[in-house]
Structure formats: structure tokens, C-alpha cells
Ligand binder design. Structure first.
Ligand code: DGT
Ligand code: CA
Ligand code: CA
Length: 573
């Protein structure tokens, strides 16, 4: 049951389309198409047939080869042949076929006659009015295609976490008012705290399923109802975000939560373990023969597989399963363990609030410390501080610290790393600060060698406590700059420098795999919000989400330490 007939049919018809476009044997193409039709129209479930050992070749148009492929899809959720076609350029072709009004026939013509293999190329050619020379294409088609691409851009963008979080919280609160609702959770990439979310996947158990569905599609922010059914419905919100609601049986809630939390790679890996243990596993439960042996909770599901419970943020099939089997999973850092924020701005540079306002906001969060790290002079657009203005800030900080009980304001700076790796303020001055955060804000296009050298030199100055947003990416806007991360991590270790995990939802920089690399080399991570206002201090939650995705434990995170231990950790000699 895990794999639906429509998924198998879709896989086959995609292969048919791609083979057709590549001009391969028409007989093979037809065979895939007819198999897709057969399976798509079947009343029995192919997954069930496979599991009960039925012979698929009894189905019309399914020979030995296609039967084997269907079995592979049922067992693994994917077909290597399609993956290969996609890697060989098929992904772009498939995306084009998904545009309304553009089917396999048109894509074939575009690809073979104009050598167009991606949406970007298609858009470009349509703009240049190069499509109209093809049979069946005209001015109108060109306009329609450009329109479809434009709409796709506005609706198909992945949502950043604050948008996803707000929608998730509102909808859950709204659905909870339904009588008969028992359990509800947001699964999918959101639960795994992936840095951007394609859509929200909500799961619920409810004794009044019809009423809950009705309520769901009547949510006030609905732009369009995509589908409404008895167990699954999908809506589009005005923000462009798609939300799916699935109502599942109570006894299978844990299995469904596991299945729809994903990731797909994690699911495939867990299903393999079940198969090895002569069990099967799907969104309804774990089965031995026809008997359900687990399904009510996720813990129970993992236990049947011989695994410890795996936190959602780790479920990417990047080693968590092995660790769970051996009882070596990390105890992930929790937001409750955070004792301060080490990167924040005041109105002295480009922040919105005064140092005192920022400090009071930090105290309200129960923080022991807050580092004020305004920009240095080179960053003129941010009204960066020179030596004199920085020293004036110290007097203010001293006063605030005298008045404020419980929270210490640390004297810091976000000092600009210049192109040659020197710092924007004199060493003497930097030595007098409590904390120095160094950051690259310019010359993102240096060669990898030069960029790495620049950063390594900055860390080697003997003054830097933390390297801010180490790869410089802005999600959806700017790629990370080229650099040798391993060398930077090693140099951080040698210099006793920490790396920042910038919690701003537009940055979320350091990415999880580099957090893991840092941990491996014993380099501390500072999870910092880069707050430019008091409310930005709340970004900490996104940073912690990424830290958890990066397998970090409290001991790896600098700002879980109390102030004395913190100061000892960042002390420069
Ligand atoms: P997203 O929405 O693109 O940010 O990513 P996800 O992970 O939320 O993916 P989504 O919404 O397509 O599906 C939710 C979960 O359902 C996914 O993480 C794993 C599971 N799932 C979806 N499709 C498949 C599939 O074809 N095979 C398997 N094994 N699991 C799937
Ligand atoms: Ca999703
Ligand atoms: Ca989904």
C-alpha cells in the first residue's frame, strides 16, 4: 500500500515521455504507455499484489521486464531507470511538460528542433519569438507559455520558514476547534525543519472526518481549493503555499506521521530494514504477514525495526539509521538550553532599537547575555562604527549593565573582513572588546583559493571569536561564495575560533553538513540571530532547527554555556 498505483503509472508514463523525446524505439515507448494505462486503471492495488506474491505478468500489456520494474517501484519507492533519465537532462524536460498547455509532443518538438531542455531556455526562446517557426506553435502559444512560466514562478517558490510557520500555526489552531479532533501534527519538510518548505503536510485523526475536511477547505486564507476528498484535501493559500490535510485512522497515526514526515530517502531506508526483518511497512503500520505489529506511535514503529526513536531533523538518510541501531544518536541541542545571543545590532549601525531596548528584550527571554555587534566603518550603508563611535558605545553598555539585573550586555563588533583578509578596525581596539564577530560583506566573487585565504587570514589575526555567516548565502537570492570549507573549519580549530550558525531565516548559514564537519573537528558553533530589532531575537528557533539538522548537541553550541564558561571559551591570548 505504500506505493500507489498512480505513482507506478506516473513513473512509467514519464519514462515513455522521456524515451519518446529522445527518439528511442517507438515499440518500447508504446509498451511503457500501455503499462501505465493498465496500472492506472486497475482496481486492485499493485503493491498488495506484489506483497502477496501474485504474478503481475497476468495483467494485460505487462511483460516480465515491466513486472520486475513495477516490483522495484513497490519495494523502493523509485525506479533507477527514471532517476538516470532525469539525471541525463530529463528533469528539465519533465518540468516543461508540467507547464499547462505543454505536453510531451510539444516538448519533443522543442527539444529536437530547437535544442531546448529546460524552462529557462524555453522562456528565453519564447521571449525572442523563436518558437513560432515550429509546427503547431504560434504567437499565441508563445504568450501562453510565457504566462505559464510567470505563474509558475509566483506559485512554485518554496516558502521560507517564517511564512510556513505562521501558516502552520494558524491552520492547526483553526482545525483544533473542530469537535472530534484528536491528534494533529504538521509533518513533511516543515517538521524536519528544512530551510525552505515546498508545501505543508498536515495529519489528523478525527471522529468527524467530513466536518474536519469541510472546515479545512473553508479556512479564511484559501485562495483556491485544489482537491477535496474524504481522507485527503489540498488547498492553496493566498501566500502561494500549498497545504495538504490527510485524515488517518488512529491505530495507524504513528506510521502515517512517520511516512509523511519523510524524508523520502529516510522512508526508503526504513522500509528496507522492515523487508530484511520479513515485515512490511507503509503509511498504515508495520506488518508481519497480515498482522499489524506497530503503527500507533512513531516510537513503536522504530522499535519494531530495532531502532531508537529518531528525531525528525535527522531523518535524511545521512547516517541516522546506523546511529539509531547502535544507540549512538546525538542528544540534539534544544532551544531551552540557549543562554544568550552573540550577534545583534543596535540603532548605532543598522538596527532599529537602542542597546538598552535590545538588552531588555534579551532579559525578557531569560538570556544571561547579549552581545551588541554593530557593523564596522567599512559597511557604510549600515552606518558602520569607527573606533571613536565604538568606544562611545562602551560607555552606554556600561550604564545599561549597571541598571539591568540578570542579563549582561557584551561589548562586541561585527568587524568587516577586507578583501585581503585584514580587519576593518585596529587590533588593539578589537583586543579590548568582549567578543569579535568577523564577517565578509563584499567581494563575493573571489576565486575559491582567494576567498579561503582571505577568511583564514582574518581568523588568524588573533582577535576573532566567531566567523559570522560563514558561506554568505542568502536563501533564494545569493549562492554561497566559493571557498574551501574544510580548510576554514580546520583553521577555526587551530585558531580557537567558533563558527556562527546565523539563525536569520533568509540566511540559515552554516548549512547542516558543515555543522557536522565543524563538530567532527571540535569547532564550536554559535547559534546567533543577527537581530536588527527586538523581535528578531525570536529567529533563534530557526537557528536551533538547523543546528539540530546538523546533529549538534548542547556541548557543541557556544551559547548554551553560562557567561563565565563562555568568556573562557572565547578568550584570546
Ligand atoms: P517539500 O514539501 O518539497 O518541502 O518536501 P517534503 O519532504 O515535505 O515532501 P512532500 O510534501 O512531497 O511529501 C511529504 C512526505 O511524504 C515526504 O517527506 C516523504 C513522503 N513521501 C512523499 N512521496 C513519497 C514517495 O514517493 N515515496 C516515499 N517513500 N515517501 C514519499
Ligand atoms: Ca511537504
Ligand atoms: Ca505534500
Amino acid at each position: 500500500m505504500a506505493v500507489l498505483n498512480t505513482e507506478i503509472a506516473d513513473t512509467f508514463s514519464r519514462i515513455a515521455d522521456l524515451l519518446d523525446i529522445r527518439g528511442e524505439n517507438p515499440y518500447r515507448v508504446r509498451a511503457y504507455r500501455s503499462a501505465a494505462r493498465t496500472i492506472g486503471g486497475l482496481s486492485e492495488n499493485v503493491s498488495d499484489m506484489v506483497e502477496s506474491g501474485e504474478n503481475l505478468t497476468s495483467l494485460p500489456g505487462i511483460g516480465k521486464d515491466l513486472a520486475e520494474k513495477a516490483r522495484t517501484i513497490v519495494r523502493t519507492g523509485a525506479l533507477p531507470q527514471l532517476e538516470k533519465l532525469r539525471e541525463e537532462g530529463g528533469d528539465g524536460l519533465i518540468e516543461m511538460m508540467h507547464l499547462p498547455g505543454v505536453g510531451p509532443k510539444k516538448v519533443k518538438a522543442l527539444h529536437n528542433k530547437l535544442d531546448i531542455s529546460s524552462i529557462e531556455e524555453l522562456e528565453h526562446a519564447a521571449r525572442e519569438q523563436r518558437l513560432r517557426i515550429l509546427d503547431g506553435f504560434g504567437e499565441k502559444t508563445e504568450r501562453a507559455i510565457l504566462g505559464a512560466i510567470a505563474r509558475r514562478k509566483t506559485t512554485n517558490q518554496r516558502a521560507k520558514l517564517p511564512v510556513a510557520r505562521q501558516a502552520a500555526e494558524q491552520i492547526v489552531r483553526y482545525l483544533k476547534k473542530q469537535k472530534g479532533l484528536e491528534k494533529i501534527a504538521v509533518a513533511g519538510s516543515f517538521r524536519r525543519q528544512v530551510e525552505t518548505v515546498g508545501d505543508l503536510d498536515i495529519l489528523a485523526t478525527c471522529s468527524r472526518a467530513d466536518a474536519l475536511m469541510e472546515r479545512f477547505v473553508s479556512f479564511e486564507d484559501v485562495e483556491k481549493i485544489i482537491a477535496k476528498g474524504t481522507t485527503k484535501s489540498s488547498i492553496w493559500l493566498r501566500s502561494g503555499l500549498q497545504v495538504d490535510l490527510r485524515i488517518v485512522p488512529k491505530q495507524g497515526y504513528g506510521a502515517a506521521l512517520h511516512y509523511f514526515t519523510g524524508s523520502k530517502a529516510h522512508n526508503i531506508a526504513t522500509r528496507k530494514i522492515a523487508a530484511k526483518k520479513k515485515m512490511k511497512m507503509n503509511e498504515y503500520g508495520v506488518y508481519k504477514g497480515n498482522e499489524r505489529v506497530a503503527g500507533r506511535t512513531e516510537k513503536e514503529v522504530y522499535a519494531k525495526l530495532g531502532l531508537r526513536y529518531i528525531e525528525p531533523e535527522l531523518r535524511e538518510d545521512t547516517g541516522e539509521i546506523d546511529a539509531a541501531r547502535k544507540g549512538q544518536l546525538p542528544v540534539l541541542v534544544d532551544i531551552e538550553q540557549i543562554r544568550g545571543d552573540l550577534h545583534a545590532h543596535s540603532e548605532d549601525s543598522d538596527g532599529k532599537h537602542t542597546i538598552e531596548e535590545m538588552a531588555r528584550a534579551a532579559r525578557e527571554k531569560g538570556y544571561e547575555y547579549l552581545a551588541i555587534t554593530d557593523h564596522s566603518k567599512r559597511v557604510r550603508v549600515a552606518h558602520g562604527l569607527d573606533a571613536q563611535r565604538l568606544q562611545e558605545q562602551w560607555k552606554v553598555i556600561e550604564m545599561v549593565n549597571k541598571q539591568l539585573k540578570g542579563t549582561t550586555v557584551l561589548r562586541g563588533i561585527e568587524v568587516d573582513v577586507l578583501e585581503d583578509g585584514t580587519l576593518d578596525l585596529p587590533k588593539r581596539l578589537l583586543h579590548d572588546l568582549d567578543i569579535v564577530v568577523a564577517a565578509v560583506h563584499s567581494k563575493f566573487r573571489l576565486s575559491s583559493a582567494k576567498q579561503t585565504e582571505r577568511i583564514v587570514r582574518a581568523m588568524g589575526s588573533g582577535t576573532v571569536s566567531i566567523l559570522a555567516h560563514p558561506t554568505g548565502r542568502l536563501i533564494g537570492e545569493r549562492w554561497p561564495y566559493e571557498c574551501d570549507m574544510e580548510r576554514i573549519v580546520k583553521s577555526a580549530r587551530d585558531e580557537g575560533c567558533a563558527l556562527e550558525l546565523n539563525a536569520h531565516p533568509d540566511r540559515l548559514d552554516l548549512a547542516p553538513r558543515y555543522c557536522r564537519m565543524a563538530k567532527e573537528f571540535g569547532v564550536n558553533i554559535a547559534v546567533s540571530t543577527d537581530a536588527h530589532s527586538t523581535s528578531d531575537l525570536a529567529y533563534m528557533t530557526y537557528g536551533i532547527g538547523q543546528a539540530r539538522r546538523g546533529w549538534l548537541e548542547a556541548g557543541d553550541v557556544l551559547n548554551t554555556r553560562g557567561i563565565d564558561e563562555l568568556m573562557r571559551s572565547i578568550e584570546k591570548t
